[in-house]
Design a protein around this ligand. Structure first.
Ligand SMILES: Cc1cc2nc3c(=O)[nH]c(=O)nc-3n(C[C@H](O)[C@H](O)[C@H](O)COP(=O)(O)O)c2cc1C
Length: 176
């Protein structure tokens, strides 16, 4: 039976959410990655993605400076490094190296792709909107990369746990 619950409880109850990394570069060109649950597709044609980033994050500064990001779906075998990116700030340290995540140059944008990820979207910010205590960075997708051999990727359960799922492990309920 439905009952009134708190915001934090609802967010946990409504999980899992696809957990992604947004890779940016800082003023010195050093790549950094932030773990994100608050992101969404916002247009099919042209393809567009929005991410919500808190202004205290180092990634916020990097986004302001470079105006581009790579949104990467880490694969199951990258869970440790992906979790590190969501729990430690990259300010003054090389978070990607600590996380054991290797990068490869992107096709169009300055931030690199995460090698071994399931999907990477290269994104260029076209608009920003302050939303309470976060800021929405709305971006055009300018190039797309994927590895069908790495279908199992990550989901966050609340903010405490990560899980991995592939399409085959989900119970199909409707089909077109
Ligand atoms: C499951 C999970 C989801 C998260 N989602 C977001 C998010 O959507 N937006 C955000 O600003 N921070 C989010 N965070 C927190 C950042 O990943 C975290 O503060 C990170 O250390 C920031 O790194 P940076 O300072 O290098 O940018 C999330 C963390 C976790 C564990």
């Amino acid at each position: 039976m439905l009952k009134e619950i708190f915001w934090g409880e609802a967010i946990k109850l409504a999980s899992p959410y696809p957990y992604v990394l947004a890779v940016t570069v800082d003023r010195e060109g050093k790549p950094n990655a932030i773990g994100l649950g608050w992101w969404t597709y916002v247009s099919w044609e042209p393809p567009m993605i929005a991410i919500a980033v808190g202004p205290k994050r180092y990634s916020y500064e990097c986004l302001e400076h470079c105006g581009e990001f790579v949104l990467a779906y880490p694969a199951e075998d990258q869970w440790k490094g992906a979790w590190h990116c969501g729990t430690v700030s990259g300010r003054g340290r090389n978070k990607l190296a600590e996380a054991g995540l290797k990068t490869v140059p992107a096709k169009v944008v300055k931030p690199p792709l995460i090698e071994g990820a399931t999907v990477c979207y290269e994104c260029r910010v076209v608009e920003r909107m302050r939303t309470g205590d976060h800021e929405l960075f709305i971006a055009d997708v300018v190039a797309i990369h994927g590895d069908p051999g790495k279908p199992k990727h990550l989901y966050s359960i609340g903010y405490e746990k990560l899980a991995a799922l592939s399409h085959d492990e989900l119970r199909t309920l409707a089909r077109r």
